[in-house]
Design a protein around this ligand. Sequence first.
Ligand code: Q5B
Length: 608
Amino acid sequence: MATGQLFSRTTQALFYNYKQLPVQRMLDFDFLCGRETPSVAGIINPGSEGFQKLFFGQEEIAIPVHSSIEAACAAHPTADVFINFASYRSASASTMAALKQPTIKVVAIIAEGVPESDTKQLIAYARTNNKVVIGPATVGGIQAGAFKIGDTAGTIDNIIHCKLYRPGSVGFVSKSGGMSNELYNTIARVTDGIYEGIAIGGDVFPGSTLSDHVLRFNNIPQVKMVVVLGELGGHDEYSLVEALKQGKINKPVVAWVSGTCARLFKSEVQFGHAGAKSGGEVESAQAKNQALKEAGAVVPTSYEALEGAIKETYEKLVEEGRVTPVKEVTPPQIPEDLNTAIKSGKVRAPTHIISTISDDRGEEPAYAGIPMSSIVEQGLGAGDVISLLWFKRSLPRYCTRFIEICIVLCADHGPCVSGAHNTIVTARAGKDLVSSLVSGLLTIGPRFGGAIDDAARYFKDAYDKGLTPYEFVESMKRKGIRVPGIGHRIKSSDNRDKRVELLQRFARSNFPSVKYMEYAVEVETYTLTKANNLVLNVDGAIGSLFLDLLAGSGMFTKQEIDEIVGIGYLNGLFVLARSIGLIGHTFDQKRLKQPLYRHPWEDVLYTK
Ligand code: Q5B
């Protein structure tokens, strides 16, 4: 066991088995104390590496994460404290691995339930190698104003309340972590505060004992008096009694062993800690308190009187001039976490995204306010979902059916069209599904599949302006623009596009009005006088019919229609539909194990 200071304002630790809250609390404590370097040098998270973002005051810092104890110690040779948050199952193995590292001097084991045989081995190894083990079953310890282990002393509010952000004159050691919080408070009330506080843990075999720490405090000049809080069960307090008797401790010791109530029970009582059980008389709180008193410690008559005893001892030291109470300092304010501040209504923060179509925060996701279960229960389909997510409303069945027909009819048009060709070439180059799909989708545009929006825009503009088909087509020609929605590479007046026919038939029987489509047909009649492939194509049919859907359903205002056409929603139908086919082509090529595609030389005109 080391004989003096374990920690300082520059002590750094390695934190084993990452837990966000205790690490952040350590860093918050650092900021409160005005430390310049974070007290956590590195995190060890077996199996993962990288960085963990945490706050150091107002700033975010990246703390390195290592996959092994050896790697962490090599990377941070000055970090000499190992804070072990491993479970009871793996705590002893990881502690032993840490103790074997030459750079590690102190190990705190937080886990409860570490097998006693394992702990004994750890203790033996630590003592032989002059290292300190705090715990198992401990919250840790704190050197006020300098260094804090994990969750010791609880919340920042409590730390401020107990003045632990700056050193006082009292060394404190207890078995219980919970009670150490209580005593930090008590000591802050009646003295100038804690210099160092350690909870050794409630196991039968603690890695370091009450007397180990009291003897250490005796060697620390800044510690002027010591407070000890023991527990019934075990013999640990008797080594302190021996040290007192042998005159090894020359600073006042105020001690109390809790558990005096055990005598009220007829049978053996086990309190919260593994080591805290009433055994024979010698292990009783009464016997230990008596022995400590006889050895020279200040022992009050009850726990309630402990505060008074500490106060009296401290004031005597002040009177004698052996303690000069530390000057009070005002700690900096720790910035509150945004989420906490928002929850408490203290701040408001602007959002960075607005979303109006779906919400996944409730019990179940909702599309445009309609819960998913209701969509399923009503038997709604893809057309309804598109209505909700694209148009933010439930459209009548004939509209959603029309959308579904568009999806079905545009799902694929064979392997030779631009999109499928690209997808096939990409899949054969060994690329994955998404790459193959998007390579096909990227061909969708003004010539291939993506003429629906422009068809709707131009047909609407021409119709609304009252242009005759002749005036419209010729004005487009003068501007050098091909009429979107007109013309096809393989379809013609002799080889009509079945898809156009099916869409028209559905609309004529179900739509209240098909004025835009009839206008498009008149335009086609005129363009066919120029060339027989200048037919109304599938893009033109969908574009003009969607204008009829928007205008005739009574579900959209004029402004909304202009917005839909202006933004360009309708190519989305082709993109969505053709994705089905492009995915199919990708699978097809992979299933057929097709090799890398190379275009034949014979099919290229090489010329200068
Ligand atoms: N001319 C579609 O052209 C195509 C004209 C025109 C006035 C026109 C062409 C076009 C508008 C865009 C459009 C969607 C490039 C098509 C689709 C999905 C698909 C595909 C599939 C599937 C075809 C010959 C002469 C020239 C041109 C004139 C041509 N189009 N004049 N308005 N619209 N259309 N795209 O056959 O005097 O000789 O210079 O751009 O609606 O993509 O199945 O393949 O499901 O996958 O290459 O159905 O029509 O004709 O370029 O040789 O032109 O006609 O000015 O006149 P072509 P070109 P001139 S549906």
